[in-house]
Design a protein around this ligand. Structure first.
Ligand code: ADP
Length: 227
């Protein structure tokens, strides 16, 4: 069997507060396999964002290990973690955070050009990705000229522009009406299956979560499979 794309091993995360310590993760375990989409469904305050930030190498765990492929990352230098994050991980947030003065295509080109691709190479891949996500006729539109669902699909294209192995999304459809959310979710799951990405998606929407391969929740600081 291949390595998991992401393996959280006994992850502990504690926030220090004036009145003591807040233990958010107490030995959380989670493995994600290539081509697998996993919904993270838990009440507000349970630690979903914390888990995503640790998985995305934005925060370090206080204990345990975070493997990307077979590489342990918890004790890596910051620069190495940043490099790994840039190449291996894509992020989608609740709000699209697209650059307003650039077109949809340019927004998807930028991360590729930062990584060293030429403009024509980046342009071609951005066009293909946006076409795949149903935005072939919107390449030259700026974010303000796109609907909420279209903006979020551009954000997904941008997140996967550098062919990461892991996609992390924090309430990616939380800001959309149900029909649009459904459409954006469909695009995301299709992309995961087609590319062999692994995706971890925090959502409050159980209907959408049910369309993913697995559902997990956080209970007492541990990751628990839902069924
Ligand atoms: P969720 O995404 O499930 O809503 P979070 O991971 O954002 O949950 O937060 C989990 C808990 O940790 C919350 O009670 C929150 O107040 C607390 N928390 C998150 N970040 C910090 C921080 N930097 N310092 C102190 N407490 C934090």
């Amino acid at each position: 069997m291949s390595d998991p794309v992401l393996y959280l091993q006994q992850v502990v995360r504690t926030y220090r507060q004036a009145d003591g310590e807040l233990e958010i993760l107490r030995g959380a375990e989670l493995a994600l396999w290539p081509g697998q989409s996993v919904a993270l469904v838990a009440p507000s305050g349970a630690g979903k964002s914390t888990l995503l930030h640790i998985a995305g190498l934005l925060e370090r765990p206080d204990g345990g290990e975070v493997y990307l492929g077979h590489v342990p990352t918890a004790h890596m230098e910051d620069a190495e973690r940043t490099a790994l994050r840039r190449t291996e991980i894509g992020f989608v947030y609740q709000f699209h955070h697209l650059l307003p003065e650039f077109s949809a295509q340019e927004n998807v080109m930028l991360p590729q050009m930062i990584r060293g691709l030429t403009r024509p190479q980046a342009s071609e891949r951005a066009g293909e990705l946006l076409g795949y996500l149903g935005l072939g006729s919107r390449l030259k539109h700026r974010p303000a000229e796109l609907s909420g669902g279209e903006q979020q699909r551009v954000a997904i294209a941008r997140a996967v522009a550098n062919t990461p192995r892991l996609l992390l999304a924090d309430e990616p459809t939380g800001n959309l009406d149900p029909k649009t959310a459904d459409h954006v979710f469909g695009a995301l799951t299709q992309l995961v299956q087609a590319t062999g990405l692994a995706a971890l998606v925090a959502t409050h929407n159980m209907e959408l979560a049910n369309r993913m391969d697995r559902r997990v929740t956080l209970r007492d600081g541990l990751v628990v499979e839902m069924e």
